[in-house]
Design a binder for this molecule. Structure first.
Ligand code: SDX
Length: 379
């Protein structure tokens, strides 16, 4: 039998069109509905970008006001969902809490089985509004802290930080967090988004597709990489008394050793971008702002040491998770909370793709080439 040209991991395979975003490795660029993501990160709120991804256009002032009012009114963690989260052991991963919460929110939603564009857009908005309280409360309960109720006078990012830390974050921190939410929002047919589209292609519901996407994002080859980056920094050791140069030297030695052992170092490389992730410069600037705000030059040393060593040894560039991890650490998030932050943001992109998949749907069902035993019989 002629050997079929199998594309493992669907690498390089174009399986459908999308108008949501354009990832272009040739120009090292990322467009959300045609807008360069760097421009959006520099001048928009995450709320505006979510509406752009869903509707295809940036919102008018009235549209933004209407969504903002809805989002702020639907942030609170319901007593029932809090009860479910409290029943989950501290030993489970925070991504399991996100996955469970998305499932509970679907089960509680009377419109869960409604599949119109309007119904799915409403569900997307509700999920986006509800997830920050889940992520914030889960970190607090693991620290033995009480739930902090949302504040309707704060924007999405400022309120997310308020619910997590119980105090108003400084503006530079809010700005850096907002940039990270915009950069994490959408990235065409990545593994978790494609998972959501596969589930949607069977005409299953939006919440089921998001639950599946959360499961896919958890893996360290995908969204879990931002948490893994922090494990690398912790393994090298963050020493606040060190100079950037001293930290850089230790980080370089760690990476040289890791690569000598053929280790895969999370936060580097990308399936699509082969000359660097288009989002890294913008997220690195946000990290630099956090390093300056908290006066932590040794973190920059570690960042530079790892990047230089990987670049010299394998010419592999960082991806978005690499600057995002230390930035979230400096903001005060616990490491296992990092990928749930990615979930909160990517709900916007996932649900935009779910609605697009339904518009011109085709069941996603690829072929496989059998390589098991030849036909045989019981007697
Ligand atoms: C995200 O798809 C998306 O858009 C995802 C994402 C999004 O926004 O949704 O951008 C978010 O998931 C970013 C990626 C986060 N993952 C990581 O940081 C995990 C570490 N990276 C690698 O596992 C890897 O780079 C992948 C999985 C991201 C991409 O892998 P590919 O395209 O399948 O390439 P590969 O693993 O076959 O590597 C090619 C070569 C190999 O060398 P050889 O074995 O051929 O000698 O590059 C090497 C790899 O060993 N390599 C690495 C490496 N990444 C690639 N070596 C060490 N460390 C790494 N991180």
């Amino acid at each position: 039998m002629a050997e079929t040209d199998i594309k493992k991991g669907l690498a390089g395979v174009v399986v459908d069109t999308t108008a949501v975003s354009k990832v272009n490795p040739e120009t090292n660029s990322l467009l959300y509905r045609g807008y360069p993501v760097q421009e959006l990160a520099a001048s928009c709120s995450f709320e505006q970008v979510a509406l752009l991804l869903w509707n295809g256009e940036l919102p008018s002032d009235d549209e933004l006001a209407e969504f903002t009012a809805f989002e702020r009114a639907h942030r609170a963690l319901s007593p029932e969902l809090k009860q479910v989260i409290d029943a989950l052991p501290d030993t489970c991963h925070p991504m399991d809490v996100c996955r469970t919460a998305a499932s509970v929110l679907g089960a509680q939603d009377p419109t869960a089985e409604h599949s119109s564009k309007e119904a799915n857009l409403a569900k997307a908005k509700s999920l986006l509004a509800a997830m920050p309280a889940v992520v914030a409360y889960d970190q607090r309960r693991r620290r033995g802290q009480e739930l902090v109720e949302p504040r309707e006078d704060l924007g999405y990012s400022a309120n997310f930080l308020w619910m997590t830390f119980g105090e108003e974050a400084a503006q530079p921190v809010v700005d850096a967090f907002n940039v990270s939410m915009i950069l994490y929002a959408e990235h065409s047919f990545n593994a978790s988004t494609f998972t959501a589209r596969v589930i949607t292609s069977t005409l299953s519901d939006l919440h089921s597709a998001v639950v599946g996407a959360i499961g896919a994002l958890k893996g360290p080859l995908h969204g879990g990489a931002n948490e893994a980056v922090m494990h690398t920094f912790d393994e090298i050791g963050i020493r606040q008394e060190e100079t950037a140069e001293e930290a850089e030297a230790r980080a370089k030695a760690w990476m040289d050793d890791a690569l000598a052992q053929k280790k895969k170092v999370m936060g580097f490389g990308h399936r699509v971008y082969k000359n660097g992730d288009s989002r890294v410069p913008t997220m690195k600037a946000a990290l630099d702002a956090m390093i300056e705000h908290y006066d932590r030059p040794e973190v920059l040393g570690l960042y530079n040491g790892l990047e230089k060593s990987m670049g010299e040894a394998k010419n592999i560039k960082p991806n978005l998770d690499y600057p995002a991890g230390p930035a979230y650490h400096l903001m005060g998030f616990d490491t296992p909370t990092f990928t749930p932050l990615f979930v909160a943001s990517r709900i916007s992109g996932w649900t935009a793709h779910i609605m697009e998949q339904l518009e011109a749907n085709a069941l996603i069902r690829p072929l496989s080439e059998y390589n098991g035993p030849d036909e045989r019989h019981l007697s």
